[in-house]
Design a protein around this ligand. Structure first.
Ligand code: G1P
Length: 357
């Protein structure tokens, strides 16, 4: 089976972070969100992977994964260009997948338990498609499915006002090539997109069967900053200690901590896991790095109390401040105001930034 990762989309809900890079490269515990999808495909035995790219951040994703050999896979890049919807993105992969069943994974979704069971469960002789589902609190935000007692899907609807159930499509699909005819017949939805949900409904309308697979481990769509922070907490909850850098004598480190190569936790610094620290980063003597924090590569953190936050890398965070529940973009700095004239916080705040002071 081949795998297709959808990595287009504009990332509008993650601005300003996505002004400078694609949402799929936003790090969770120091690993880009989209790499979790790739790892799950590999774990399910899939090593031929197509990545469908939008215009946004295309080069950055290609530069990160290259031809895939470093990740033990063979990657083909497929350019979607304009973001015309998930079904359009899947349709772009037609030539790549050929005549075999294939897996589609939304590149900004994270799943605790991976996709091995879901993929192994799928029987292409009986079903035209298989979908991962999970009960959600706000069904009107998702694609929602109605199933019968055997788990067969009887209907699907995208972001319903009046949801038939609370079972959401979680962004992992197994398709037979029958889906492509359905995609060709689609018209844009009310939100101007070709909806994969409607293409799957088309399979049902033509008499084909669609299998559901309920996923029990947590699942997270990382569309918004608070989702990234939540996903970071979920992933850090399960990390093991892994110290590749240096913890100086006199540093106060407790709990599970990952420390990348070339990084140092200096004497006097306090780190309370679970925490992930990238490579070549300095945690200075005045720093307190609290639970559920991921600090990116090539950064300096000192004289600050930071917790439950994600910093993306190349950051200098040295203000005498407490930073919590924050997402700090690449190369952003939070420094002290040294001349005190005028007194107060001095800010350089980009478009779509949000500060809660
Ligand atoms: C998309 C799908 C929806 C699915 C969701 C899962 O929604 O259209 O069916 O439930 O992903 O994350 P979107 O993220 O485009 O709002």
């Amino acid at each position: 089976m081949k795998g297709v990762i959808l990595a287009g989309g504009t990332g509008s809900r993650l601005r300003p972070i996505t002004h400078t890079g694609p949402k799929q490269l936003v790090p969770v515990a120091n690993k880009p969100v989209v790499e979790y999808a790739l790892d799950d495909l590999v774990e399910a035995g899939i090593d031929e992977i197509g990545i469908v790219l939008g215009d946004k951040g295309r080069e950055a994703i290609q530069a990160y994964f290259g031809d895939g050999s470093e990740f033990g896979v063979d990657i083909t890049y497929i350019v979607q260009g304009e973001p015309l919807g998930l079904a359009h993105a899947v349709g772009c992969a037609r030539e790549f997948v050929g005549d075999e069943p294939f897996v589609v994974y939304l590149g900004d979704d994270l799943m605790r338990d991976g996709i091995t069971d879901l993929v192994g469960d799928f029987d292409p002789d009986k079903y035209a498609a298989g979908i991962g589902v999970q009960a959600v609190d706000e069904p009107s935000r998702y694609g929602i499915v109605d199933i019968d007692e055997s788990g067969d899907v009887v209907g699907l609807v995208e972001k319903p006002d009046d949801p038939p159930s609370d079972l959401a499509l979680i962004g992992i699909y197994v398709f037979t090539p029958a889906i492509f005819e359905q995609i060709e017949a689609l018209e844009p939805s009310w939100r101007g997109e070709l909806e994969i949900t409607e293409a799957i409904q088309g399979l049902l309308d033509d008499g084909a069967r669609v299998q559901s697979h309920e996923v029990h481990g947590w699942w997270k769509d990382t569309g918004k900053p608070e989702d990234v922070l939540h996903a970071n907490r979920l992933v850090l909850d399960a990390i093991e200690t892994d110290i590749r850098g240096t913890v100086e004598d006199g540093a106060n480190v407790r709990g599970r901590v990952q420390l990348g190569e070339g990084s140092v936790i200096e004497a006097g610094a306090v780190v309370r896991g679970p925490v992930s620290i990238g490579e070549n980063t300095r945690i200075g003597p005045g720093a307190y790095v609290g639970p559920y924090t991921s600090i990116g590569d090539d950064s300096t953190v000192d004289d600050v109390h930071i917790e439950s936050s994600v910093t993306m890398g190349e950051n200098e965070i040295t203000a005498d401040r407490t930073v919590v529940d924050s997402l700090v973009g690449r190369k952003a700095t939070i420094r002290p105001n040294t001349d005190r004239r005028p007194a107060g916080d001095q800010l350089v705040v980009g478009r779509n930034s949000s500060l809660e002071l």
